[in-house]
Design a protein around this ligand. Structure first.
Ligand code: ADP
Ligand code: MG
Length: 412
């Protein structure tokens, strides 16, 4: 990719203000737009939903389907450079845009991230460089490949190759019969069967890579999932073994370099025990964009993952981000608008706001809501970033926040 720079507040050759665009108007697009606007950029969003979180706050909102030629032409006409906020944007749409404008990450990189089969193959290639491998797995595309699955992959998790997220498109299977039934239930779409690993922890790494190949890594996040959805991210010294964290960062940089990636990339890892009883890393999956587990950077680092996305796209410098405070991020799912909490003892039938005033009275709490019009169980409504001068304090404040919201306590 060429080393083009789009300075904030400038004017493009066509005489319009320098404009950054994003494919997709979800919460990640919204926070990209907020970071871009804070720096003085004009923004454009393409998302068919008139109430999309990013569309609601962007200077321009093109409300067509992602593959609509007229919509893509409008986005290209408006923008100097374009990124994406979700991996399921059709790769041909990104190619169309890239013929006219700077697009990062590239359609080719997004295509790897949107297909678990390609993604696993890329991880296997990178393992030779990084020493971090994916879970033992088999690709299932035909009845013959189903029959050929090695017995030691069971019990396992069957995952659709495409379109899975937040634990959707997955089935846990113990026997060959369950595996066959689960694949049937998935309409025999291409899948990956992964061996079920005993996880000691989960973590993820965000890196940002410029068009010049310079790559910077954010600190490593420790993640806790509930029901396949991220619940909590903890980032401070002692949250993870430092040697493992360093390996995870090196592996993520290798994965980005090997793809000639430009933009922000998140890679998820499992911490497991190896045959010798030592802690080891397994690479799980990647997202070609900022990630839910990186939201803590908004309040705990001098550059957020969204500002890094803006900088990488605009060709601006990318100094190594510095974390200045221990941080915990709490995901706010729609369930919180219904469940009992410290203020109401009964479940609410209609969605009612959680006790924000009490939460925000605690020092070091920053609320980020995505402007979604209705709360539903399982829907990501926002997140809370909690920071403090010490690990003990950030844990104490978080314990209070969790109690106020009626959420399970932090693990010891
Ligand atoms: P997605 O995030 O796209 O829904 P993941 O592959 O990250 O899919 O799976 C979601 C969660 O399921 C993981 O964060 C982890 O908690 C669990 N999981 C996934 N694969 C495995 C595995 N092979 N062994 C054990 N747990 C797994
Ligand atoms: Mg995941």
């Amino acid at each position: 990719m060429s080393l083009k720079t789009f300075l904030p507040g400038g004017t493009s050759p066509a005489g319009q203000p320098v404009t950054l665009g994003v494919m997709g108007g979800g919460q990640l697009g919204r926070m990209f737009v907020q970071a871009a606007q804070a720096m003085g950029y004009t923004t454009a969003v393409l998302d068919p939903d008139p109430a999309s979180p990013a569309g609601l706050i962007s200077h321009h909102h093109i409300k067509t389907p992602y593959a609509d030629e007229a919509g893509l032409a409008q986005l290209a006409q408006r923008c100097d450079a374009i990124t994406t906020e979700f991996e399921n944007v059709p790769a041909p749409a990104l190619q169309t845009l890239a013929a006219q404008r700077t697009v990062a990450p590239s359609a080719a990189c997004v295509a790897v991230a949107q297909d678990r089969v390609k993604e696993k193959a890329h991880f296997v290639d990178c393992a030779a460089l990084s020493g971090v491998s994916p879970a033992p797995h088999a690709v299932i595309t035909t009845d013959a490949s189903l029959a050929a699955v090695p017995a030691d992959l069971l019990p396992g998790i069957l995952k659709t190759a495409r379109m899975g997220y937040d634990g959707k498109g997955q089935a846990r299977v113990n026997t060959r019969e369950e595996l066959a039934a689960a694949w049937d239930a998935m309409d025999k779409v291409p899948c990956v069967l992964e061996k079920m690993l005993k996880l000691r922890a989960e973590c993820s790494v965000i890196v940002a890579r410029g068009a010049d190949g310079a790559t910077v890594s954010f600190p490593v996040q420790k993640n806790t999932h509930h029901d396949g959805i991220l619940a909590l991210t903890e980032v401070f010294e002692g949250a993870l073994d430092p040697a493992l964290a360093q390996r995870a960062q090196a592996s993520t940089v290798a994965i980005a370099n090997h793809l000639h990636y430009v933009g922000v990339l998140c890679v998820e890892y499992f911490v497991v025990e190896n045959a010798q009883g030592a802690l080891d890393l397994v690479v799980n999956e990647m997202a070609p964009r900022p990630h839910n587990s990186g939201h803590y950077t908004q309040n705990a680092c001098d550059i957020s993952q969204f500002e890094a996305q803006v900088r990488a796209l605009a060709g601006l410098p990318l100094p190594t981000p510095r974390q200045h405070s221990p941080a915990i991020m709490v995901n706010l799912l729609g369930d919180l608008w219904f469940k009992p909490n410290a203020v109401r003892t009964q479940r609410s039938e209609r969605p009612t706001s959680p006790p924000w005033a009490q939460v925000l009275a605690l020092p070091g709490t920053n609320l980020h809501l995505y402007g979604k019009l209705s709360a539903r169980p399982g829907r990501k409504m926002g997140h809370l970033n909690i920071t403090a001068p010490s690990v003990a304090q950030v844990r104490e404040t978080t314990a209070n926040v969790l109690t106020l919201l009626g959420l399970p306590a932090l693990e010891a």
